[in-house]
Design a protein around this ligand. Structure first.
Ligand code: GAL
Length: 699
């Protein structure tokens, strides 16, 4: 069976490396990973445009990016359009051999528009309308706003939709609402419509929202307000539905623009949007745009200070490679490929503090994106602005416009290094056996996060952290991770392992898909809180986590939590591990294997981690969440080894990936590490010993 699985994986690998034939920027034969830079002509005097655009090309960039915030220049007054400046810049890009990503300017409506239609502006939870001067301040679902968005988008499409210099379109910018959710009167009535559509009758809604509790019942949909924490709405089901509505509405606004464009632009031009780091935008769900975009691109500022950093004295200069990795693999999973639309070019100016990156770090980030399979890397931005909200944000050029910045030099280095690879003979690449054997499906349902974050149950619960624990440890084994959804095929031949951490809301259909996956040979890893609720976020009228009991071969008697100051212990393979976030107390069936048990508390001796064999596969239940993630790491290593995978043993924050025939290791730790390069390999960049911020590439 194992051999069969590996054979199909190899075939899939062959397919996945050739199935995507569309040229994203330039043909893959020409360049493995084109690199580009944003240019804002509207920020610079016209006489500098040619000098700057020529320089972009001379430095080795293959494309640029225009117009995402330039509505006030494209339509300075209502219905008075001016595209001449953009025409000139597109022509200059062509003259110097650059491709252009063209953007719709919807994140920044012009002053005449917001003055005329203040009703399009979003309202914060405190009740303040977000005024002109902030971006993403208009609600993209508002039909009034949509008419203006449609008109400017159509004008752009008519003008550039068949121009071969324009390779594709970016809709909006990092789609979301300023302030995360919109509490405007417009949204109140839209939310009511959405609810009516979902529940049909008010009785259904009252039932789904458990509205009998605290007399929350409604007589009609018109009575329903937006769940606002400042107004003390405390119904979890209403809150979750509001999050669902908002994610649907953001996706619908993107769909609107994509449809407008597609009617007019050449089919050779692709349509994407640049999704910002998801962790901070719970109201955005990339997968809700799956059928509307050619692919999802992503943006990443690794030193923004809001991310998960490794320990070590250089951590704040090397950034969070784990989050770059997660972001890329999540975006890639939407349509099978991605590109990074914004990658930090050096120091930024909007973090809680803004450290200089370690020399070499910018180059490492580019190589890491390469390693993750990104089809292109684009940096925000070519020139450091002299004015405006991001004045101190580094660009590829210093403020003088002619001196290359330190980060800019690292871009130039990476461009040259990657182009060296292009000169090497390229064989048809198939995914190596080892990689195939540890490929993992991460089951992803954003609605679970909406539910878990609404009802955390302990202040120590952090859904992202729980997901990261598993994701991070998968990366230490060199696992390639694809995020799949319930509606996708659970294909054992493609994904010998599936993790579904804290997969709270389940239904019968999912349970039977899981059963089939496992009985066909899959290894399914479930963790705390999985199967606790139905899709309305209600508990089952049954024992705790009833729907997964048969799968995991165990009852879950109850769960426990400790204060952040306390610690308790579990024993796994004779070793002690501490925990304090979450502990499930299990009561397994006799044939279920017990892997770890509690070694203290009044439930001392009770199991918390079990393995249950079903058909050709196994289900693992990890009913404990630790603080330092060490237990989870050791459990995953054992699960993968027993499941027949060949795994690496990388330190946390060291990443090794395979792409297009090359292996790449990048090092975000503060120590020099040794890359897992076999003696038979040829090193094409760097060396086996990889310093902090360093890169090794081998064939
Ligand atoms: C991004 C945003 C860009 C720019 C950048 C600055 O999140 O999409 O427009 O503001 O941050 O680092």
């Amino acid at each position: 069976m194992k051999n069969k699985i590996i054979l199909s994986l190899l075939i899939c690998g062959l397919f996945s490396s050739v199935s995507f034939s569309r040229d994203i920027i330039n043909s893959p034969e020409k360049s493995l990973m084109p690199i580009g830079a944003y240019y804002y002509p509207e920020h610079w005097p016209e006489h500098q445009w040619e000098r700057d655009i020529k320089r972009i090309a001379e430095l080795g960039f293959e494309f640029t990016h225009f117009a995402e915030f330039s509505w006030s220049r494209l339509e300075p007054e209502e219905s008075k359009f001016n595209f001449e400046w953009l025409d000139k810049c597109v022509a200059l890009a062509e003259k110097y051999g650059l491709k252009v990503i063209m953007c719709t300017p919807s994140p920044t409506p012009p002053a005449w528009l917001t003055a005329k239609h203040p009703e399009i502006l979003v309202v914060t939870e405190d009740g303040f309308q977000v005024k002109h001067g902030m971006r993403l301040n208009a609600n993209g679902s508002n039909p009034v706003y949509q008419q203006y968005v449609k008109r400017i988008t159509e004008k752009l499409a008519d003008r550039y939709g068949s121009n071969p210099v324009v390779c594709g379109w970016q809709l909006d910018n990092e789609p979301h609402y300023e302030g995360l959710y919109d509490y405007s009167p417009f949204v109140r009535s839209e939310f009511q419509k959405w609810l009516k559509n979902k529940y049909t009758t008010i009785e259904n809604l009252n039932r789904a929202w458990g509205a009998a509790f605290w007399s929350y019942e409604f007589n009609n949909f018109e009575q329903i307000d937006l769940p606002n924490k400042n107004e003390r709405n405390n119904n979890p089901h209403a809150k979750i539905d509001f999050k669902r509505y908002s994610a649907d509405a953001i996706a619908e606004a993107l769909r609107f623009q994509a449809d407008v464009l597609r009617k007019k632009v050449s089919s050779k031009q692709w349509v994407t949007s640049n999704f910002a780091y998801y962790k901070f935008l719970p109201s955005v769900d990339l997968f809700r745009s799956k059928n509307d975009l050619d692919f999802a691109s992503h943006t990443m500022y690794l030193l923004s200070t809001f991310l998960d950093y490794p320990e070590g004295k250089l951590a704040g200069r090397l950034g969070s490679g784990m989050e770059l990795s997660f972001s890329s693999e999540l975006a890639r999973s939407v349509k099978g490929y991605t590109g990074i639309m914004e990658l930090q070019p050096g120091q930024i100016d909007w973090g809680s503090w803004n450290s200089q990156p370690l020399p070499g770090a910018v180059r490492m980030w580019i190589w890491h994106s390469f390693a993750l399979g990104d089809k292109f890397v684009c940096t925000y931005r070519f020139r450091q602005p002299l004015y405006g909200a991001e004045q101190f944000h580094k660009g590829i050029m210093e403020p003088d416009g002619v001196t290359v910045s330190p980060g800019g030099s690292e871009y130039v280095t990476a461009i040259k290094e990657i182009s060296q690879l292009e000169k090497l003979p390229r064989e048809k690449t198939i995914i190596p056996k080892d990689v195939a054997s540890r490929t993992t499906a991460f089951l992803w349902k954003q609605d679970n996060m909406m539910s878990l974050e609404t009802v955390k149950l302990t202040q120590s619960w952090d859904t992202w952290n729980h997901y990261y624990t598993y994701y991070q440890k998968l990366k230490t084994m060199g696992s390639s991770v694809t995020f799949i959804q319930e509606s996708d095929a659970f294909d054992v031949s493609r994904y010998p392992f599936m993790v579904a951490p804290a997969y709270e809301m389940v239904d019968e259909n999912l349970i039977s898909k899981w059963k089939k996956y496992v009985s066909e040979g899959g290894n399914l890893i479930l963790t705390t809180r999985s199967g606790m609720k139905d899709n309305n976020s209600h508990l089952w009228e049954a024992p705790l986590q009833h729907p997964i009991q048969e799968l995991i071969g165990s009852k879950i008697e109850y769960f426990d939590q400790l204060s952040p100051q306390e610690e308790a212990n579990v024993v796994f393979e004779g070793k002690n591990y501490t925990w304090n976030v979450w502990g499930d107390i299990l009561s397994p069936a006799s044939e279920t294997e017990v892997w770890a048990s509690y070694s203290d508390q009044f439930y001392k001796g009770k199991p918390c981690v079990v393995k249950n064999k079903i058909g050709k596969g196994s289900v693992y239940y990890i009913g404990v969440a630790t603080k330092n993630k060490e237990l989870e790491k050791q459990l995953l290593r054992k699960i993968y080894t027993e499941g027949g995978a060949s795994i690496l043993d990388l330190p946390d924050y060291v990443f090794t990936e395979y792409r297009d025939g090359y292996w790449v290791t990048v090092n975000y730790t503060s120590e020099t590490i040794s890359a897992p390069i076999p003696d038979s390999s040829t090193i094409v960049c760097g060396k086996k010993e990889v310093a902090p911020g360093g890169v090794a590439v081998w064939k």
